[in-house]
Write a protein that binds this ligand. Structure first.
Ligand SMILES: Nc1ncnc2c1ncn2[C@@H]1O[C@H](COP(=O)(O)OP(=O)(O)O)[C@@H](O)[C@H]1O
Ligand SMILES: [Mg+2]
Length: 248
């Protein structure tokens, strides 16, 4: 595990719901997310994986605790500053792909630049097109999202997350809709982002074969990190998942 901490989370608690009907989704979670590292988050359904990812990405605020990007504490930022941080430092691949229906594939991939009011250099644009080619998107660049299969939409979402070469990429089940060959290509691409771009990648997955690509695997159960292990093979990870109860 190399790289310095990009994100430091300390004593995170998240409680949803009104008094009397609270759900304690995260309990006292402290974790560093490091650059040049692919971190997988595993755990049973409802254990708090998405909640942790949302807090780390500044998409939601903790009930208590802090999230630091370098020396910036997210809770001290205004909504506008938070939006700007997300646009400039973070790439997302959500389970629902959030593609803009009126834009073409190429326009969707370049959208982070449009939103940030910047333009990629010639070299950077070429690099994006290379990633798009690896994802098999070249014949699809002029299509719109409704003309794509679920797997193709997922690959567009991945190309878009990589496009700005953000410091951190968050991906919630990014291989869920892909055939196994494309799934492996996506994991290889996320891994090479950590190697070549020094990015931190945080991947939520229930698939031990996908988590086996990670440099580090965090297991969450009932809102707590219960295991934090280095690179581990898929069959050992399957056993750990079963031990925690629940296939996902
Ligand atoms: N917006 C919300 N309002 C109320 N409860 C929520 C909300 N989001 C998640 N939860 C609850 O918090 C717990 C953790 O959810 P989540 O982080 O989505 O788990 P996971 O991603 O591991 O399946 C679950 O009990 C879930 O029902
Ligand atoms: Mg989830």
């Amino acid at each position: 595990m190399s790289g310095s901490p990009v994100i430091r989370a300390r004593s995170l608690n998240k409680v949803y719901g009104a008094q009397g009907a609270e759900v304690h989704a995260l309990r006292d979670v402290s974790v560093d997310i490091t650059g040049s590292t692919l971190t997988a988050i595993m755990g049973p359904s409802g254990s708090g994986k998405s909640t942790l990812m949302h807090l780390l990405a500044g998409l939601d605020r903790p009930t208590s605790g802090t999230v630091l990007y370098d020396d910036l504490e997210l809770s001290s930022l205004s909504d506008r500053q938070l939006t700007s941080l997300r646009r400039n430092l973070i790439g997302f691949v959500f389970q629902a792909f959030n593609l803009v229906p009126t834009l073409t594939v190429l326009e969707n991939v370049l959208l982070p630049f449009e939103l940030g009011g910047t333009k990629p250099s010639g070299e950077h644009r070429e690099w994006i097109l290379e990633r798009a080619a690896e994802l098999g998107l070249m014949p699809l660049l002029e299509r719109r999202p409704h003309q794509l299969s679920g797997g193709q939409q997922q690959r567009v979402a991945i190309a878009r997350a990589l496009a700005i070469r953000p410091r951190v990429i968050f991906a919630d089940e990014p291989t869920g809709n892909l055939d196994s060959r494309t799934g492996v290509e996506v994991l290889a691409m996320l891994e090479s982002a950590t190697r070549e771009q020094d990015q931190a990648v945080v991947l939520v997955t229930h698939d031990p074969a996908a988590a086996a690509w990670a440099d580090r695997v965090l297991f969450i159960s009932d809102g707590r990190i219960v295991h934090d292990v280095g690179r581990t093979d898929a069959s050992t990870l399957s056993e750990m998942v079963l031990e925690l109860g629940g296939a996902r």
